[in-house]
Each structure stands twice: as C-alpha cells, then as structure tokens.
Design a protein around this ligand. Structure first.
Ligand code: PHE
Length: 440
C-alpha cells in the first residue's frame, strides 16, 4: 500500500497548523491563562512554545518523515521494540484526548444552533453563565452534540483527509483570523478594556508557582499537538526534503498568534463586563456572546464565530483520530473505514462519561478531579510531556546521525543544529522531568 502524501508544502504547514489551532488556543488558552494569573503565565507559555515547542515539533516531524511511519512504527524504526511502547502511549493519549475534546466540540455546535436565537444575545454575563452551566450539566443534550461532533470527525477521516480538510481549512483559517481581528477591535474599544489588556500582558512574577510552570508546559504540548505523535504522523506523510525548521516555525507562529489575539478579545471584554475571568471552562462560551451583543450584526458574528471555532476544533479532532487510525492501518493493516468507526465508538463512550462528570456524576472524583478534568490533566500534564521527553531522547541519543543528515539537507543552519542536539540530549528531558516532579 502506498503511503498518502501531502499535496504541497503549504498543504502540510496548514494541516499541521489546523491540528494545532483549535480548542486549545481559543477555549483552553484564555481560561487557563486567567486562572494562572494572566501575564506571568503568558510569559511562561511563550517562552516554552518557542523553546521546547520548537525543538520537539521538529523532532517529531523529522522522525515521522524519515521512518515514513506513524508513532509506533516510527519509534520501532529507530529504537526497536521497547521504544515502540512510547508510540502506544501516544495512541492511547489520542484516544483519551479525543473523548473529552469531542464533548467540547459538541458545545460549539450547540452554540452555533443557539446563535440563531437572538435571546441568546445579552451582555448579562450572569444569565449567559446560567445558560452555559445549564447546558453542560444536562445529562442528555450535550451527549447528542458530542455524538454529532464525533460522527463528523469520523466522516472526514473515513474519506481520507487530504482533499477535503486541507482545502477547507485553508479558507476557514483565514476567515477565523479576520473575524478575530474584528473582535479584537470591538473588545479593545469597550469601556474599561485596558484593565484586561494589562492583566493579560503584565507579568506579576510574585504570583509565580511551580504548578503554573507545569500548567504552561501542559498547555504548550496540548495546543501545539505535541508529545503524542500527531506531528510525527503528519510528518510521515511528507515524502521528502522540506524545510522542517521553517515549517515548525510557521505552525508555532500561527498558533501563538491566534492565542494572543484571542486573549486580546477575551480579557478586555471580561474586565469591561465585570465578569470573573477565573470562572474556568465557560470563559469563551460566556464572554463571546456578551461581546456579540455589543456589536452591530451581533447575531451574524455569533453564528460565524462559533462556526469557525467548530471548524478549528474539527481540523484538530481529525488529526487526533488520524493518529489512532493510522496506527491500526500501519500495524495491523486494518481497513480505514472499519477502524475509524470502531475506535471512535470507544471514544464516544468515554466522552459520555466525561460529559456526565460535569453534571450528574460530579460527585465521582479521582485525585480530586472529575472524569473530564482527569482526562485533561493526565493527557496534557503527564502523558504529553512524557512523550516530549521520549522523543527528545530518541532524537538526541539514538536517531541523531540520521536526523542530522536530514536536517542539514533541508537547510537547517549548523548553529541551530548544535543547539538542537544539546536541547534534545539534555535540556528538554531534564527540564521537563524536573517540572513534572516538582508537582508531585
Ligand atoms: N492542538 C489541538 C488544540 O489546541 C489539540 C490536539 C492535541 C490535537 C494533540 C492533536 C493532538 O485544540
């Protein structure tokens, strides 16, 4: 069977950016930043995105490209059987993430549908909070939307991703970007907006805690789709030379830019409307409709925004499912259709548990977290960073000769290469480990 390949270099960058930009940047980034003291967290996030994020992304892409395999096969290619376990953990991680990701993806559909109803447009954030809480705690409605979102994800993966998603996401990502610019303009001109900007940008280092560093690292892994083999899988569809350092910079640059712009929408509006930004998972879903109510044509923008959020989430969920599916195809030669349906069914069930854990199963907690929170914490703060350690070690110690040749040929300057070697061998594994251990 010949391996699928990307249509073009741009196609590859855009699909990787499509995987990275999603609920992580638009839903998770603002509320996690708010809960962790604003500016100080932003500094940590940016610093880690451009260091760990950069080298780990290149590492994953190049390992995928050389081996032409999805994670399990890629680790085995370089390190033998024992290393392939790391790939398995990545696949498992994809399973766990997609199950709760799809629940939130379902929320975006609910918000599109409800945006057609103008009673939803109010600047009364207390009321909007009630709508949000009432919805996510409901034992039935969110499950239906979760099912619809999962079905759409499978629908795309079933038919192969290149033709559909590569083309659609190009257009929609541009639209998302333009719309966010409009929203930034509106949000910044609300009365009292500056307090929000100040909170978002001004680091108050006296607030810094070890927990924050771990959260920032987890968010970098999550929002750049790193540490679980996604970029490796996408790299494996790259047949040949490609300026990987440059591609990785593009993906990271675009993702970080969206994060910052979204922050510039959410924080000013939150402060202006007197809403508490540390509210948590509802932040985007509560504050956005409030901003739309302040805009001419708010209803239209509301529909458009939630639609674009939905698309951004979909291009990410597709990449999550693709990791799982390509594993079963590569390792067991199972048909794409069958394995897409079976694996998404398992995720659907797990996602139901995650959704119910926000409402009627609230009392069932593990390590002080409900199922939803636990899935999120385990994947972002444990499994993905561990994956990051392992891919760094693999590249730094085992695969270095091959990786170096490939990167030299693709035009990476010698200086950057030496930095990367030291980073992968020592800095990344040690630092990630220390950050993780500090939290025990
Ligand atoms: N990066 C995606 C987002 O921010 C989530 C994701 C994680 C996708 C891991 C693929 C792999 O929404």
């Amino acid at each position: 069977m010949t391996r699928a390949v990307w249509g073009s270099r741009q196609g590859f960058i855009l699909s990787a950016a499509g995987s990275a930009i999603g609920l992580g940047s638009i839903w998770k980034f603002p509320y996690v930043t708010a809960q962790n003291g604003g500016g100080v967290f932003l500094v940590l996030f940016l610093a880690m995105a451009f260091t760990f994020g950069f080298f780990i992304m290149i590492s994953e892409m190049v390992v995928g490209q050389i081996s032409q395999k999805s994670p399990v096969g890629a680790y085995r290619y370089f390190g033998g059987k024992v290393w392939s376990i790391v790939g398995f953990i990545g696949v498992l991680c994809g399973f766990l993430i997609l199950s709760f990701y799809s629940v939130v993806g379902g929320w975006t559909i609910f918000y599109i549908v409800n945006s057609f109803d103008s009673t939803f447009l109010t600047s009364n954030v207390a009321e909007l909070k009630q709508v949000f809480d009432g919805f996510i705690m409901n034992p039935i409605t969110p499950l239906l939307y979760h099912g619809v979102f999962m079905a759409m994800t499978v629908g795309i993966v079933l038919f192969g991703i290149q033709k559909g998603i590569e083309r659609i996401s190009k257009l929609l990502m541009v639209m998302l970007f333009l719309l966010i610019l409009v929203l930034v303009a509106r949000s910044l001109t609300l009365p009292g907006a500056f307090d929000g900007v100040y909170h978002f940008f001004m680091p108050d280092f006296s607030k810094l805690t070890a927990g924050m560093i771990l959260e920032a690292m987890g968010l970098v892994f999550f929002s750049l789709s790193l540490g679980m083999g996604c970029m490796m899988t996408y790299g494996s569809y790259l047949p040949d030379e490609n300026n990987l350092a440059n591609s990785a910079s593009w993906v990271i640059g675009l993702t970080v830019m969206i994060c910052i712009l979204v922050g510039l929408v959410i924080f000013p509006a939150t402060f202006s409307l007197g809403f508490n930004p540390t509210e948590g998972t509802g932040l985007t879903f509560i504050v956005m409709p409030a901003i739309f109510s302040q805009l001419g044509g708010g209803q239209f923008f509301s529909i458009l925004f939630f639609f674009l959020l939905f698309v951004a989430a979909l291009t990410s969920s597709v990449s999550l499912l693709e990791v799982v599916v390509s594993f079963f195809i590569d390792e067991f030669h199972l048909p794409r259709i069958r394995i897409s349906i079976i694996s998404s069914f398992v995720m659907l069930i797990l996602g139901i548990a995650a959704s119910l854990s926000l409402g009627i199963w609230k009392e069932h907690t593990f390590f002080g977290k409900n199922i939803f929170g636990l899935l999120d914490y385990m994947t972002s703060n444990i499994m993905m960073p561990l994956g990051g350690i392992m891919v760094s070690l693999l590249v730094g110690w085992i695969a270095w000769a091959a990786v170096k040749t490939r990167l030299v040929n693709s035009g990476m300057p010698v200086f950057k290469l030496s930095v990367m070697k030291v980073f992968c061998r020592y800095v990344a594994p040690l630092l990630i480990l220390v950050i993780m251990l500090q939290n025990l």
